[in-house]
Design a protein around this ligand. Sequence first.
Ligand SMILES: NC(=O)c1ccc[n+]([C@@H]2O[C@H](COP(=O)([O-])OP(=O)(O)OC[C@H]3O[C@@H](n4cnc5c(N)ncnc54)[C@H](O)[C@@H]3O)[C@@H](O)[C@H]2O)c1
Length: 313
Amino acid sequence: MEKRVLVTGGAGFLGSHLCARLVKEGYEVLGVDNFYTGRRRNVASLMTNPAFELMRHDVTFPLYVEVDEIYNLACPASPIHYQFDPVQTTKTSVHGAINMLGLAKRVKAKILQASTSEIYGDPSVHPQPESYWGNVNPIGTRSCYDEGKRCAETLFFDYHRQHGLKIKVARIFNTYGPNMHPHDGRVVSNFIVQALSGNPITIYGDGSQTRSFCYVDDLIEAFTRLMATDDAITGPINLGNPNEFSMLELAEEVRRITSSKSNIVFKPLPSDDPAQRQPDIRLAKQLLNWTPTVSLRDGLERTVDYFRRRLAD
Ligand SMILES: NC(=O)c1ccc[n+]([C@@H]2O[C@H](COP(=O)([O-])OP(=O)(O)OC[C@H]3O[C@@H](n4cnc5c(N)ncnc54)[C@H](O)[C@@H]3O)[C@@H](O)[C@H]2O)c1
């Protein structure tokens, strides 16, 4: 019998790619989503596939299904979305984790948590290894996300220690690609949508600050490798692309790929923006034999293609 896999947040950006990949690999996939930021259109191509099922459900409520593996991705991921209803964001992370861990315990499923580099807050160590405990403000406007995700990690490790659950915790760094929400305020989607619409490309600060971006296919490959590891491997494990680019370089690259005539305009940096964040992926290389392979240029070209089609609709 095929393995049955539950993907929470299955209609979201990462979740939709993960569902597609798992269906392709022959799994029976149940996507669960409350459609807060996710869209049915993200999984439209899977809807006619008998191996795929999509269920409207909010993970802050218990779920009773029979599955062998769970990928827990449900949670709005961009500041615009997670700050819109911060109490719900914390509930989704914390109650969602409790409900999914409870399900995993009942049905003896292996469970992977989509955690985040935000665990590290405004880090004083660069790049961040998994052993760094982070520097997080507990009462700021990003805290609903950062602290919610930190508490979810705590719950994963306590269920592992207390109940012997098979857990995998992935700390994801900036990832981009098709199916991103066009108005999520993230830099890659912002630049592409601005360039394709002929609007000015907005850079916050002087553009010299750097970020590293992982293309979605690379991340999904790491997810499936992590899920397949030995039970002794729990993480947390950093997943991301360590190649750094300045915001100015990114804007220029987007302008080139889109052949856009948009000007680049500079605005003041928001106060809670981390100065720099870069993954240390030595552990992922060693344990998963994984390293990102898609270049920024290739990844951006595929993402621009997607947004071009999306904006034309
Ligand atoms: N994309 C990144 O760069 C990144 C980086 C770090 C961590 N992550 C984590 O990966 C996961 C997926 O992120 P994404 O970028 O695909 O974001 P996304 O917003 O596209 O996906 C999240 C999905 O969860 C759903 N959801 C939200 N609250 C829910 C609830 N209470 N019940 C059921 N479904 C709910 C949304 O509707 C959406 O489909 C998130 O947990 C996020 O924190 C993503």
